[in-house]
Design a protein around this ligand. Structure first.
Ligand code: 4AD
Ligand code: MG
Length: 477
């Protein structure tokens, strides 16, 4: 007999026929009611065990998280809270779960405790909802780009370049620790290493994506990205997934339009396709907010926040305007910022970004035209000679969710910039080739996928929206 999913059965209105499901016991009440879940939906199906000759030994094995196979009749439910239930005619234990050892009890656990049990936490409502939403979001990302004529490019994970120039790279080497051969200058001789040169895990696929945009026109990457920055924050991972579109013949205005349209589209998709999970996460957040002091509570629920972003224009503000706003802001004058804003040129910290978004504009903000000195080498220099065509999209509760730019397409200007920053032309000869052979205006951005999932699910720590987080001092599982 064909196995149905819990989701299918909960939506069914064909009663009194025999059905078959497999799943895990969430709870077992009164020696009679099993709440069964198989991962297809946040909702459990109630299975009523009412054997004529109750088998005590079998009942004892119906414990939280035991895997079971159930055959029974689908009936309209007598109880409250569910439309249908299964009258069990046959129950088989597929895998026992010892209740004395199983760490996830049917009660509220702290997120910290669940992080230590990351291999089991997806069995809870919260994490299963987050991970289903994550999956749908990633589908929506591909759907958006595929529907709009973009080509998916898989850029390398092992590279020889530091695309962001921030030096936050994990080395990739085949040398044994302490046994690396040295060259005549007494430095490690990477010529003898696996790739014949120094290599690292990628911090961004952008530079390679640019070369593809110069032939395929519109491309995007969506892959693992690594940063060895020692940031123990709720928004940083050492291993995360980045989405990087890159488009030929598109300037910064087009880039801002694309980022806004893209974000609205994927959020719209999950609002439509993850109703149950988002409703659950909305409730969860509302509960959590109640434990906060009134002043810190958000005045919007999760669903309201998502709809607000989809329905409203992002505010576009130049860096220079933002600095004026920040300089004259209350927290700056009252010295409440950890990093006070004194002058033009200051790098913006998360506290400033969040002030602009959450307190001042109260909507997503796109900041553009940043000082050249605080941005990467590849951004296009403006006529003023001191700002570059950079853009960051800032989100409430998150801060920076997107970083991007119009790229410097002029070979001479790019070379000058690289020389000033001591970036070896020989290392990036292939990147410079795109400026030699048919160069064109082009732009792109990077969106941190986990920050998007964080916003969409209303979770507050980025470690809770990726299955197995990698952070400083933590690579368990
Ligand atoms: O601003 P970033 O460093 O930009 C780039 O890497 C560009 N090459 C992108 C491009 O133009 N193609 O990173 C882009 C985004 C950030 O806005 C943030 O959302 C995310 O990547 N991000 C991180 N997410 C989680 N953990 C980290 N350690 C992150 N670092 C960046
Ligand atoms: Mg950035």
């Amino acid at each position: 007999m064909n196995r149905s999913s819990v989701k299918e059965l909960l939506q069914s209105d064909k009663f009194l026929h025999e059905v078959h499901v497999k799943g895990w016991v969430r709870t077992f009440r009164s020696n009679r009611f099993i709440a069964l879940n198989d991962g297809s939906t946040i909702n459990n199906i109630q299975c009523v065990v009412d054997f004529e000759n109750t088998n005590e030994a079998l009942l004892k094995r119906i414990t939280t998280s035991a895997a079971v196979s159930i055959t029974g009749t689908l009936v309209e439910s007598q109880g409250k809270g569910q439309k249908v239930e299964i009258n069990v005619t046959n129950l088989e234990i597929l895998g026992d779960s010892n209740p004395d050892e199983y760490p996830i009890q049917p009660k509220k656990h702290s997120l910290e405790f669940l992080r230590e049990n990351a291999h089991l936490r997806v069995r809870t409502n919260t994490f299963s909802a987050v991970m289903r939403v994550r999956s749908k979001l990633s589908f929506a990302v591909h759907k958006y780009f595929q529907d709009n004529g973009f080509n998916y490019v898989n850029t390398p994970i092992i590279t020889g370049s530091d695309a962001e120039g921030a030096g936050e790279m994990f080395k990739v080497t085949n040398f044994e620790a302490n046994k690396a051969p040295l060259n005549e200058e007494g430095q490690i001789d990477y010529k003898q290493d696996f790739f014949g040169k120094e290599t690292n895990l990628t911090v961004s696929g952008q530079l390679e994506a640019e070369t593809y945009a110069m032939a395929l026109g519109k491309v995007y990457t969506f892959g693992p990205t690594f940063r060895a920055e020692n940031s123990n924050t709720t928004r940083h991972l050492a291993e995360f997934w980045m989405i990087e579109p890159e488009v030929a013949f598109m300037d910064l205005d087009g880039n801002m339009d694309l980022s806004e349209d893209f974000i609205k589209s994927v959020l719209g998709y999950v609002l439509e396709h993850c109703e149950d999970d988002l409703a659950f996460l909305d409730q969860r957040l509302t509960q959590e907010e109640k434990s906060k002091p009134q002043a810190q509570r958000s005045d919007m629920s999760l669903l309201e926040k998502l709809r607000f972003v989809v329905d409203n224009n992002f505010k576009r503000v130049s860096y220079t305007e933002a600095i004026d706003i920040l300089r004259n802001s209350k927290p700056n004058k009252k010295k409440k910022f950890q990093f006070p804003i004194n002058e033009w040129g200051a790098d913006l910290q998360s506290e400033h970004e969040r002030f602009l978004v959450e307190k001042h504009f109260k909507c997503p903000v796109i900041l553009f035209d940043y000082p050249a000195d605080i941005k990467a080498f590849y951004m296009r220099l403006n006529e003023d000679g001191k700002t570059v065509r950079a853009m960051d999209v800032l989100f409430p509760g998150i801060g920076e969710i997107v970083g991007g730019a119009q790229r410097e397409e002029r070979l001479d200007v790019l070379k000058e910039k690289m020389a000033a920053l001591n970036i070896d032309e020989k290392e990036l000869w292939w990147y410079l080739d795109t400026r030699k052979f048919g160069t064109a205006v082009h732009s792109g951005f990077g969106l941190g996928f986990e920050r998007l999932v964080l916003f969409t699910t209303g979770m507050s720590n980025i470690r809770d929206v990726i299955p197995f987080p990698r952070t400083p001092q933590n690579a368990e599982f």
